[in-house]
Design a protein around this ligand. Structure first.
Ligand SMILES: Cc1cc2nc3c(=O)[nH]c(=O)nc-3n(C[C@H](O)[C@H](O)[C@H](O)COP(=O)(O)OP(=O)(O)OC[C@H]3O[C@@H](n4cnc5c(N)ncnc54)[C@H](O)[C@@H]3O)c2cc1C
Length: 364
């Protein structure tokens, strides 16, 4: 039986493993960190298209159960004026990233898929169809194919193409936080997003009453940005955003990168999925959902096309136009979001959400 080594135990890694197993390939996941959730501060929303991809491999229910529904988005400007109320096309779910990792790992484990922690890939080479992967701890493993699900700073991308461009700083610094304060009006919709005068802000209320928020701001840097920087940027807006930040004890601050174009997503024995192949600025809220789509389509191509290189080529042909359109649109949104069509949820983005994957369909 074909053995696949999946590098990276994140969102794409876990689901690629489940999809490959369903396609008759034996997967093993190798994750660099000792735990799969180092950035426990962040949360994300799996959009309808991402939930559809999970459904194709029957992995949707644990994710739905662990999150809460994101049903609609109210868009305001900095004066507090409502610009739009966008329905979310159903089946979108918000959850903490660490929880998403955990439920996907649990589900992979339940299916008997091995996940090895502390395995950071440093190099790989293929001789006579057998790929040898080498790890930072000195160990090595052989496989028939190697899948790079190792995120935006992918090592596998560099092995496939040493000339691949490095991730690009989008110019945006992002803060996340959680607060139980009740000194501000909670959002009446599932999400409230505010295209403020100087920064973008979004918040939602979890079922237990806790407010989850994020803000995207230009001209900052995660190494020096502070809570006060975000309060100052949001203070001009006639909305609760500055108050929400003020009431938050711990902020998680990071710079946002994207990978707009990767010339080579594969060679004869290795292929990339998720952020390793293409990473969108978080403005679109679609990176995880796109990674899930990649995972399932790659497995379907390997299931239906006997020649491995041809399968990888077909996978790239199917996926590239969709993800590159997303990355470009997300980068264009930047911080000064188009106020009515602000992603996510806007009617102009239904090409993203309405995407269906049918596992029973044969890939020609
Ligand atoms: C601030 C922020 C907010 C976001 N919000 C959203 C959102 O709301 N909705 C959404 O859909 N997307 C969102 N995204 C994007 C989303 O997080 C990514 O697109 C998604 O995590 C990609 O999944 P992945 O599995 O490809 O990569 P990751 O989730 O990054 O997983 C990669 C894994 O590979 C491991 N790894 C890395 N290098 C190696 C190596 N050499 N050897 C072994 N393992 C390795 C890492 O430790 C990690 O576990 C956001 C991103 C950011 C930065």
């Amino acid at each position: 039986m074909t053995k696949a080594l999946i590098i990276g135990g994140g969102i794409a890694g876990a689901v690629t493993a489940m999809a490959l197993q369903k396609a008759g390939i034996t997967p093993v996941i190798c994750e660099a960190y000792d735990t799969g959730a180092d950035d426990i501060g962040a949360f994300l929303t799996i959009m309808r298209n991402g939930t559809n991809a999970l459904r194709a491999v029957e992995a949707h229910q644990p994710v739905i159960d662990a999150g809460f529904p994101a049903t609609d988005i109210e868009v305001l400007d900095g004066t507090g004026t409502r610009l739009a109320l966008n329905p979310m096309r159903s089946d979108a779910h918000t959850l903490r990233r660490s929880v998403l990792y955990r439920v996907l790992h649990d589900e992979a484990g339940r299916r008997g898929i091995p996940l090895h922690h502390g395995k950071r890939l440093v190099s790989a080479s293929t001789v006579d169809g057998v790929t040898l992967a080498e790890f930072a701890d000195g160990s090595a493993a052989e496989c028939d194919l190697l899948i790079g699900a190792d995120g935006i700073h992918s090592a596998v991308r560099g092995l496939i193409d040493p000339g691949a461009p490095a991730p690009r700083f989008t110019g945006l610094t992002i803060a996340y936080g959680y607060t139980r304060a009740t000194s501000f009006q909670p959002s009446a919709s599932a999400y409230r997003m505010i295209a403020g005068h100087k920064a973008f802000f979004g918040y939602t209320t979890a079922p237990d009453g806790e407010t989850w928020w994020f803000s995207r701001a230009p001209e900052l840097d995660s190494t020096t940005a502070t809570k006060q920087h975000f309060i100052d940027l949001l203070a001009e807006d006639d909305t609760p955003s500055a108050e929400i930040v003020r009431s938050t004890d711990d902020l998680f601050i990071t710079n946002a990168f994207d990978v707009p174009e990767t010339a080579h997503w594969h060679n004869d024995s290795m292929a990339l999925v998720g952020d390793a192949a293409h990473a969108a600025s978080p403005a679109a809220g679609q990176g995880a959902s796109m990674a899930l789509e990649d995972s399932v389509i790659l497995a379907m191509c390997l299931r239906d096309i006997a020649d491995r290189r041809a399968a990888f080529e077909k996978y790239t042909e199917i996926r590239r136009p969709r993800v590159e359109r997303l990355v470009a649109e997300s980068a264009a949104l930047g911080n000064t979001q188009n106020r009515r069509t602000v992603m996510p949820g806007s009617p102009e983005r239904h090409w993203l959400y309405d995407h269906e994957i049918d596992w029973a369909e044969r890939i020609a």
